[in-house]
Design a protein around this ligand. Structure first.
Ligand code: CA
Length: 279
């Protein structure tokens, strides 16, 4: 389940995934992170971990190796094909060979059980420092954002869809930038209002809905894709990565709020095939 980011936070908080089949340890780690107000989710199997990583891109994973359905080292290899998130192995396997295998598979750090809570937290803090540093560097470096046929040039303040420049109102552009900078993550209404309007007052919510609807229409009209922005009804919005929108597209279009009727241009898959065919 996707938990939205905290309202009013300056940036979405990093999210930690705990993968642990031992209930007592899972509970201990979860409580420890809770006390530090670190946002996290827990799963107890390898399959559930891969599903969570695929859907919600956590920033840091605390990974047990002995899982009921999969070996943790295999999970690391699988996930490393597409994700560079920070992986801390937390395992009872204390042999040098086990550590080497996990680190060579792509783990970033290794903590053996039994562990002290203080050491676990220190390693999590170190991981979060690395995540924030990498994020800030990539934001500084990255002057453009590309997602499928959508392209944003932050420096120039321009937006193109399939090579065609589209003209957005300042508010629409701000919304698009905010969603793009947090692609894949659910942003709550309050968070968006505070970031874009400077106030999370509910009275601005109708304006948000209107600007989001016009933004979508402009994106859809040019791209032929209706699913760049997903509504989480009653919660907020999320920009989908294009590959993810293929899986999810029509299902969600018809769940939209009243401000955005299901689009007749819901042709994500076909549009992509056509485009590929042209190349
Ligand atoms: Ca285990």
């Amino acid at each position: 389940m996707t938990a939205p980011y905290e309202d009013g936070a300056e940036t979405p908080q990093e999210r930690i995934l705990i993968v642990e089949d031992d209930k007592a340890i899972r509970s201990l780690v979860s409580t420890t992170l809770e006390q530090q107000q670190l946002e996290h989710v827990t799963v107890s199997t390898g399959r559930a971990a891969i599903a969570e990583i695929t859907r919600n891109s956590p920033d840091v994973v605390l990974l047990d190796l002995g899982l009921p359905d999969m070996d943790g080292v295999e999970l690391i290899r699988t996930v490393r094909r597409w994700s560079m998130m920070f992986i801390i192995v937390v395992s009872a396997r204390s042999e040098e060979d086990d550590k080497i295998a996990a680190l060579d598979a792509g783990a970033d750090d290794y903590l053996t059980k039994p562990f002290s809570v203080d050491e676990l937290l220190a390693r999590v803090r170190a991981a979060l420092r690395r995540v924030r540093y990498t994020r800030s560097r990539s934001e500084e470096d990255k002057s453009t954002f590309v997602n499928g046929v959508l392209s944003l040039d932050y420096a120039a303040g321009s937006v193109t869809v399939a090579g065609t420049e589209i003209h957005l109102a300042p508010m629409e552009y701000k919304l698009l930038c905010l969603l793009a900078r947090n692609v894949g993550k659910v942003l709550t209404y309050k968070y968006i209002l505070k970031s874009v309007w400077g106030s999370s007052l509910d009275q601005n919510l109708p304006s948000l809905r209107v600007f989001m609807a016009t933004l979508r229409k402009k994106l859809e009209k040019t791209s032929g894709q209706c699913c760049y922005i997903k509504t989480h009804v009653g919660v907020g919005y999320r920009m989908l990565r294009v590959e993810e929108s293929h899986e999810e597209h029509c299902e969600y279009c018809h769940q939209e709020e009243k401000d955005v009727p299901p689009s007749s241009t819901c042709l994500t898959k076909d549009a992509k095939e056509n485009q590929t065919g042209k190349e």
